[in-house]
Design a protein around this ligand. Sequence first.
Ligand code: MN
Length: 229
Amino acid sequence: MNGLVLPAPPPATVPVHGTSARFPVRRIFCVGRNYADHAREMGHDPDREPPFFFAKPADALLTDGADLPYPPATRDLHFEGELVVALGAGGADLSPQAASDLIWGYAAGNDMTRRDLQAEAKRMGRPWDMAKGFDGAAICGAIRPAASTGPLDRGKLSLSVDGEIRQRACLSQMIWAVPDIIAHLSRLVRVAPGDLIYTGTPAGVGAVNCGQVMTVTIEGLDPVTTRVA
Ligand code: MN
């Protein structure tokens, strides 16, 4: 067993578009309130905040169109359709230009949230981990290499529930663009190959229940569809 006292956990991975190869995931970072209309719907002033980050454990990933079991301890499970950026290289204290050179690819994602637990955490001044980091909370579609997409900074993003559009935005509406997000993050931690970054959600977040089907669609990427089981 190579000196390990337990079997090493299998690495978290995400499918790569058009191949059977998979992208190995190291860490999952997420940006809060990166679209002005969503910041406002959550009761904040989008003009006064630098980007802030939270994290999900890598094994919260849900990929390959798997069902999401309705999680415990909530009665208000929310979807958040988001662009996900996958890093192929690392670095610290980066300029936005240097940061954009780290991008390996992009995917459509869904930052699932136990909104009632998040509201309680905000009220009590407690961490968001249990609101954002439960099993299956990091939904991610197949990654498309940036070499084939170019920079994804102006396509349309939408999220539907049972075929009805609930979120609709343009990636150009992000308050902090992708290179700025990575540059800011690299001043807080040394970013590394395998890191995923969820780049924030537009307005229209809402609850889903058992049996409902969510699809996140981003122009130029594979859509990701998840049924709540
Ligand atoms: Mn989010």
